[in-house]
Design a protein around this ligand. Structure first.
Ligand code: MRU
Length: 334
């Protein structure tokens, strides 16, 4: 299963708004339709957005008669469709750098981005699994949040990639997944993926995650990231910060699994990152009948900032960074 792919001059992607009820694919043949799919979270998750960004530029170059200005304009719209996950801008920029070489070169670069995602996620997952086994011992029990699985990438996840690697090595005890209000990526997508993997799992409401950790049902937290700043702050789905606070109280390490493309060295700290604020209707009627009285004011932060001090480790395809011990993503590489 590929979450996003390129077939016959179109972007083909799983419509994640229809899961877990239906596994259906969208065939996207215009950048406008891709922007719409990104905004309504038909495609979502930082690495998948990076691939969507690169493929979107390839699509623009093929459909806009090779007009560089039109491609640049389409790329700018796509780049800003969601502001927080740095991978979207990264994927767009990477493909756009080949604009002067023509549509085929842009597509080749976008397909490289896609293939790299599979390789990077696999490598960082194996590294993350080793780190967890060494840090908390086997069998590893974890709490995760949102969806950082294959659905958030191309075909191998980040946080759920670590879970998959543990499961395949017979080192996984149990996974607790939080629902992830208001759009329920944990309930709809993570539980669906874990069932397909055959990994033992339990769904809890977001506010129960602290109790799961306090009762030592899960010995570690593993999550993905939408952006990691130069100082090691981690921006991820809203609810990650309180989860990390609860983990600190319980003495459970927080592992962040993300490709290098999620690290944004140009941004000093998490306080410098734009946090997407989504429509409040997602809170009051995102999952069925309206819950709050008409006219209730809402504030729908889609992400939050977990300070570096609460993050035990960040694993990427290249390295392990230990922020709570003073490690920083912007340290010089050997
Ligand atoms: O709003 P979403 O569903 O795009 O948010 C996704 C997350 O926060 C994920 O945890 C993050 O992108 C990492 S995915 C490997």
């Amino acid at each position: 299963m590929r979450t996003i792919d390129w077939r016959a001059d179109r972007i083909v992607l799983i419509d994640q708004t229809r899961l877990p009820g239906e596994l259906t694919y969208l065939e996207i043949s215009s950048v406008d339709d891709l922007v719409d799919a990104v905004r309504r979270l038909a495609v979502r998750g930082a690495p998948a957005l990076g691939v969507a960004g690169a493929l979107g530029v390839a699509l623009a170059a093929r459909t806009l008669d090779g007009d560089p200005d039109a491609v640049r304009t389409a790329a700018a719209t796509l780049r800003s469709a969601r502001p927080t996950a740095v991978n979207l801008a990264w994927g767009v920029d990477r493909a756009l750098r080949h604009l002067h070489r023509g549509p085929d070169a842009i597509l080749a670069e976008a397909l490289d981005v896609l293939a790299e995602d599979v390789r990077c996620c696999r490598e960082l997952s194996l590294r993350g699994a080793d780190w967890l086994v060494q840090t908390v011992g086997r069998p590893v029990t974890v709490q995760t949040h949102c969806n950082a699985g294959a659905l958030a990438c191309v075909e191998w996840g980040t946080a759920l990639g670590v879970v998959r690697a543990l499961h395949e090595q017979d080192s996984l005890g149990h996974v607790y997944a939080s629902e992830t209000r208001p759009l329920l990526q944990g309930a709809r997508l993570t539980a669906w993926e874990l069932a397909r993997l055959g990994a033992p799992h339990t769904l809890v409401v977001d506010s129960a995650a602290a109790t799961v950790l306090a009762r030592r049902l899960a010995r570690a937290v593993v999550v993905g990231a939408d952006r990691i700043t130069a100082n090691g702050d981690v921006i991820n789905k809203v609810g990650t910060y309180p989860l990390a606070l609860a983990a600190a109280q319980a003495g459970a390490p927080v592992l962040v699994a993300a490709p290098e493309s999620t690290i944004d060295l140009a941004t000093p700290t998490g306080q410098d990152v734009e946090i997407e604020i989504r429509d409040g209707t997602e809170i009051v009627s995102g999952s069925g009948p309206r819950t709050a009285p008409a006219g209730t004011e809402t504030l729908n932060f889609a992400f939050d900032v977990t300070p570096a001090a609460l993050v035990a480790a960040i694993v990427t395809e290249r390295r392990i960074i230990l922020p709570s011990a003073g490690g920083r993503p912007d340290e010089p590489q050997p």
